[in-house]
Write a protein that binds this ligand. Sequence first.
Ligand code: SF4
Ligand code: SF4
Length: 410
Amino acid sequence: MPEALLLKPDRKFVEEVIDAGGGDLKKCYQCATCSVVCGLSNEPSPFPRKEMIWAQWGLKDRLISDPDIWLCHQCNDCSLRCPRGARPGDVMAAIRQKAIEHYAFPSVMGRLVNSARAIPVMLLLVPALLIAGALLVRGPIEAAFNYVDPHGHEFYAHFFPHWLLIAFYTSLTLLTFGGLIVGLFRFWGGMKANDAALGKGAPILGFIPSTIKALMALLTHDRFGSCTDQASRKPAHFMAFYGFIALFIVTTWAVIDIYVMPYLGVATLYPFGLLHPMKILANVGGVLLIVGAGRAILTRKSAPKDGYHQSTTFDWVFVWLLLLVGISGFIVEIFRFVAEGAAGAEAYASGFATPAYAFYFMHLVLVFGLLVYLPYSKFAHMWYRLAAMIYGEHTGRTGPGKQLVKVDLS
Ligand code: SF4
Ligand code: SF4
C-alpha cells in the first residue's frame, strides 16, 4: 500500500496568488489541455497543469521552488485554449511574483517594492531623499579629504560629481545584488529539495554545459519562439533586453574611462562626443530600450480581456520604468549637447542648467528604481529564469521540441 502523503495547504498563499493576478485558478478542473498546448512544456515535468492544482491546494513550498514556473515564458497560448477560462498563464506569472517576494533578501524589500500602496514612496520618495542626501554630503566629504574634482567643470558633473555618482550607485547596487545572490542560492536549494522529495532531479548534464546552453537560450530568446498568439512579445523583449545590455556596457566603460584610463596614461574621453563609439552604442541602446518597452506597453494595453495576459502592477511598474529611464536619458543628453553648444565650457553656469539638472535628478530617481530595486522587482525574473533554465538543462527538464503533442492552434 502506498504511503499516505500529508499535504499542508497554505490558504494565505492561495489568496496571495489570486491577488497577484491568478484570480481564476479555482476554475481549473485538471483537463491538462494547457500542458498539451504549451510549446515549452517538457516530458519529464509537464506544466502548467500540475502548478494549477498545487496552487488550488496552496502548496506554497512546492510552487516557489518549482523550476517550471520559470520555464514558462508567459505566452498565454495555454490560457487561450483553457476550456474553463482558468488562465493558467496568469497563474504562473502570479506564482513567479510570489517566488521573487519569497526569496527576496531582506524579505521586507520584496514586500515593499511590490506593494501597490508603497510604490510612490519606494519608487519616488526614497530614491529622491537618498539622492538629495548624497548631494548634501558632497561638500563636507570633499572638504574633509581636501579633494578638488577634476571633472567639476563638466555640465552634469558640476551638479552631481562622477565620484559621488559611482560611489552612490555602486554601493547600493552591490548591496542589493548581494541580496539577489542570497535569493538565488536559496532558490537553487529549494529546487533541489523539491525534486528530491518527488524522487526526481538526477543530474544529466554538467553545470558548465548547462549554464552555456541556458545562456545561449537567453541571448537568442529562442524559447520565445514557441509563442503563437502573442509572437510580438519576442521582438519587444529582445529590444529591451539588448538595449539594457548596451547601456550597461556604456556605463561600465565610462567608469573605466574616467578612473582607470588616467592610471594607464591614457587621456580620458568622457563625456563622450556624439560620434564616439560608446555614445553611438548608448544612443542605439536607448532607442532599443524605448522601442522595446513602448511595444511591450502597447501590446499589454491592447491585449483583449479574453485569455490574454492581464498585466498587474508588478508588470506595469517595470515596463514603464524601462520606458521612462530611456526617455529621460535622451532628454538629459539633449540638454547637455544644446547647453554645451550654446555656452561652451561654461555651460553649467548657463540658463540651461536649472531645467537640465531637474531632469537629470528625475532620471537618477528612475535609474534607482530600475537598478537598485532589481532583485525585488519584475527585473529579477531574468536571474531567476536563468537559474531555472540552468537547473532545467542540468536535470533534463528542458529542450526545444519536447512539446507533448503538436497542436494546430489556428
Ligand atoms: S488550467 Fe484549464 S486547461 Fe489547464 S488543466 Fe486546468 S482547466 Fe484544463
Ligand atoms: S503561458 Fe505559454 S509558456 Fe507559459 S505555461 Fe502557458 S503556454 Fe506554456
